[in-house]
Design a protein around this ligand. Sequence first.
Ligand SMILES: Cc1cc2nc3c(=O)[nH]c(=O)nc-3n(C[C@H](O)[C@H](O)[C@H](O)COP(=O)(O)OP(=O)(O)OC[C@H]3O[C@@H](n4cnc5c(N)ncnc54)[C@H](O)[C@@H]3O)c2cc1C
Length: 463
Amino acid sequence: METQYRVQVLIAGGGTCGAVAALAAHAAGADVLIIEQDATPTGSTAMSQGLICAAGTKAQHAAGIEDDADRFYADIMAKTRGLTDPRLARTIADQSAPALAWLIEHHGLPYELDIRFRAAYGHSVPRVHGWPGHGGADLINFLHSRLQAEGIDVLFQARLIDILAGPGNTAEGAVIERPDGTRETVLCDTLILATCGFAANAAMVGTHMPEAAGATHHGHEGNDGTGILLGARLGGALADMGAYQGYGMLTDPQGISVPPGVLVEGGILVDRHGNRFVDELEDIAGLALPIIARPGGIAWVVFDAGIEARCAHIPETQALLALNAARIAPTAHDLAARIGADPAALTATLRHAWNAAEAGRPDETGRRWGHDRPPAGELRALKVRGALYHTQGGLQVDAHARVLREDGTPLPNLFAGGGAARGVSGPSYWGYLPAMGLCAATTLGWLAGQTAAAQVKKESVLF
Ligand SMILES: Cc1cc2nc3c(=O)[nH]c(=O)nc-3n(C[C@H](O)[C@H](O)[C@H](O)COP(=O)(O)OP(=O)(O)OC[C@H]3O[C@@H](n4cnc5c(N)ncnc54)[C@H](O)[C@@H]3O)c2cc1C
């Protein structure tokens, strides 16, 4: 094993967090290298819808939406029942808009406010941003095209397998392994862990979130927790290891996520008998468990042509339409026959929901319909399963994305962001706000890159 490189800022993981960290560190004048285990950049980012929440953006202002960091902070604290780290929540609330603005204004990221992603699931105003007609694969390709344009090196097929520890828990370098088993050492002044979470590590899932142990994993296979475990071994504290997004609408058999908008716009979930079992708008990340608990571990999303049309701009809707994935029928009675449900039960389910909506009272699940209405007319149904998408616990970081020890002091030169760091989703599955995964990846990546670069600049002046 030979030492081949030395860099100022070494970044493990070339997903959103790693790419944004690299762009930020490079812009601050540091010499940067990303090591990425895969041959091409994908990560969870490429599987995602690419949506990012941020508060107080220019796009919100232009759309007449009043939002700011204080309101975002209050939403995060309310959604997590006050159980997330308030300093980190403050950081995410304060820095999400500047981080996104930097990507838009300095790098040309074509993101806009997704005005059709209504305030729901804990966001009190519309603050989800995206690239119209595009998803997470486009986001990661865009970020890597920017890395290339800026001349930032990415070493693909280079897997972080160990951190070289120096005095005082310093990360002196990384051991990387190539697909043929050969190993190299990269020395560094600072190390940023951007290797995402551990949803693909069955043992860690079983330990930290046993209730999700049986769930299908629908995230990137590379999320095996290596970065988190190595950071902890160097002395980093772990927090909220039971936090995750358990999404309830992974279509069976297509394996495509039904966009949350289908529920927000009026869609409902029924079990295989045709009965409802959950308030569909209560909790986006909490839908997986009740579905897993239903007979056969499946549910059906029932919606109508109007709901479908209002979600037609979303790539996942288009993919499902292209596959003719939905079963369609003119009445609830006929739809029940098509999905193997009890016609009387499904008809009654829709009638009860309609009665509650028209009467302006919560329905049997507690859902409040407001101006929305349950499905009507020609109906559609998609079979879905609950799945584990990504974890939200990890290395405890401060407002500069520095990894903290158990006593709250920062490790000398270790940073973390995105799925490798503790997020702001509280301790379990019910604290996840829509589009928070990529918000934490961009915001903490941006902060980590800037701080790591500032640290090496300062040290190079001192020595
Ligand atoms: C289906 C799905 C839909 C989602 N939709 C959204 C959404 O719309 N909005 C949102 O905010 N969040 C969404 N998420 C969550 C979001 O994708 C993640 O929170 C986000 O991508 C995390 O970014 P990251 O950079 O930390 O990780 P990733 O994008 O996963 O990147 C981590 C990278 O590190 C690499 N890596 C891992 N281990 C090593 C190692 N040992 N050595 C070298 N490289 C390594 C991986 O190969 C990967 O490329 C979704 C997730 C899924 C699964």
